[in-house]
Design a protein around this ligand. Structure first.
Ligand code: HEM
Length: 441
């Protein structure tokens, strides 16, 4: 029987043989990166613009890519945990590769694509520039600035040298077939507390990133009787997977849509904004000011319900935005109101640095670019009336507005915070099932 997502209780208990059997096609034939972390600190995102002289060659090269499945990444995670439990250093992970196509790439290859969603078809740039205050893309960098990108190959490795080797090999293979550009990222971490484990990943403003993610599988420490808030981290697979859109001979194959944004971070401006806020109408320490803009502590702790799990908090615990202001990045992005619980995304970003430019290669998977990513980025981040009237746009990524942001929300004053980041490019991609990718050849 085909997999019916609405009959699967989230999060899925993969210890149950019956459930594991039911979702086996998802675990074995979905590109692993969609549902599971790849646990490698070095990434090269290869952006391809196809040359149209050898389309069959391009299809064969795409079909030759062998991404690890969800099962394989879950197994790597279990092996790492087992090593750590035994007090041993985990084995080094080999380089891996994932791949997706833009709508332009799908069209260039002449592929049949079932039910092309309008956001994916139009692409990120067109969707962005049709929004208020977002028309100017003159600061976009190459290769995003000019011709559309056709495909994205994500290469992930455990060391810089492994990554350089894997990237060079793929570059050599692709250069006759496409114009190749590479955007590299590297995880930055807080200092380690346990010599065997790695420190918490942070972004360039210095805050733990990736703390709140939708949960698809049990085994996390969130399903305990101690859980108090109305916020449910679990998410149904239907919010991230879509039935395969490219031609495949078999059923029960799934893909996902990816939003990719290259966002430069201005660390000096973030620190200056925290300093201004610390001496504003409602003074606080500079450290508190940074936390309240972001919506979490540097270590990733929540600003309300402090003694509980880092994700055990919800909007009703601070209805006036006293400790967790409406204008904080995390409250703009996920206000934790019950009505908005289905609008979530799975973030897979990684920091980058090119010369003096620091930033985030923001990646998110979702089943609908329009209803999830665009709702969050445009309708929540950019809109001053979310999650409450007169909140202002998101302090980290929203479009510049005249509104004064209030930290806390009850503060009579408020300060203008804008342009802490600059969008340098971005695109939408479809990551097909492993089966569909391999059928391209
Ligand atoms: C340079 C740009 C950005 C920076 C520095 C940044 C930083 C952060 C940090 C520090 C957190 C808190 C830790 C966590 O829960 O993972 C966070 C959470 C989050 N961010 Fe961003 N972010 C950026 C861009 C974006 C964009 C473009 C989006 C979506 C359009 C986004 C959506 C979210 C969401 C959904 C959360 C989780 C909120 C929750 O569930 O509590 N972020 N971000």
């Amino acid at each position: 029987m085909p997999i019916q997502f609405d009959q699967l209780q989230a999060p899925l208990d993969l210890q149950s043989p019956a459930i594991r059997k039911r979702v086996a096609p998802i675990l074995d034939f979905t590109q692993g990166f969609i549902l599971e972390k790849h646990r490698r600190d070095f990434v090269a995102n290869m952006l391809l613009r196809f040359k149209t002289t050898d389309l069959p060659g391009i299809r064969r090269a795409l079909a030759a890519i062998q991404p690890p499945s969800v099962s394989q990444l879950l197994a790597e995670g279990s092996a790492i945990r087992a090593s750590l439990d035994a007090g041993q250093q985990p084995d080094t992970l080999p380089p891996i590769v994932f791949a997706g196509l833009s709508a332009h790439g799908v069209q260039t290859l002449g592929l049949k694509f079932q039910g092309l969603p309008v956001a994916f078809r139009e692409g990120f740039k067109r969707r962005l520039t049709s929004r208020p205050g977002r028309a100017d893309t003159s600061v976009w960098q190459e290769p995003w600035a000019s011709s559309p990108i056709d495909a994205l190959i994500v290469i992930a490795a455990s060391s810089a040298s492994d990554l350089a080797q894997a990237t060079a090999a793929l570059r050599a293979q692709w250069q006759p077939l496409a114009n190749v550009d590479v955007e590299s990222g590297e995880v930055i971490r807080q200092p380690r507390t346990n010599p065997l484990e790695r420190g918490t990943p942070i972004e360039h403003f210095g805050f733990a990133d990736g703390t709140s993610q939708p949960e698809f599988f049990t085994g996390k420490d969130t399903r305990t009787a101690a859980w108090k808030s109305t916020f449910d981290p679990a998410m149904n697979l239907a919010r991230v997977l879509v039935p395969e859109k490219l031609p495949v001979q078999v059923g029960d194959r799934f893909g996902s849509y990816l939003a990719y944004l290259r966002i430069e971070q201005h660390v000096d401006r973030f620190n200056a904004a925290a300093t201004r806020l610390s001496t504003s109408a409602c003074p606080m320490s500079k450290e508190q000011a940074g936390q309240i803009i972001t919506g979490r502590s540097r270590e990733g702790k929540q600003l309300i319900a402090p003694s509980r799990h880092v994700n055990d908090f919800s909007a009703d615990q601070d209805p006036k935005g006293v400790k967790w202001p409406f204008a904080s990045h995390t409250r703009k992005m996920n206000s934790r109101e019950a009505t908005e619980s289905s609008i979530r995304i799975l973030r897979r970003g990684i920091p980058y640095q090119v010369g003096k430019e620091k930033g985030l290669l923001f990646l998110s998977f979702q089943s609908s670019l329009q209803d999830q990513f665009e709702e969050i980025y445009f309708n929540w981040g950019d809109q001053p009336n979310h999650p409450q009237d007169e909140t202002g746009s998101d302090p980290l990524i929203g479009r510049p507005l005249d509104t004064r942001l209030k930290f806390p929300s009850t503060c009579p004053g408020g300060i203008k915070i804008a342009n802490l980041t600059t969008l340098r490019g971005g695109g939408y991609f479809y990551f097909p099932s492993i089966t569909a990718l391999q059928s391209l050849g």
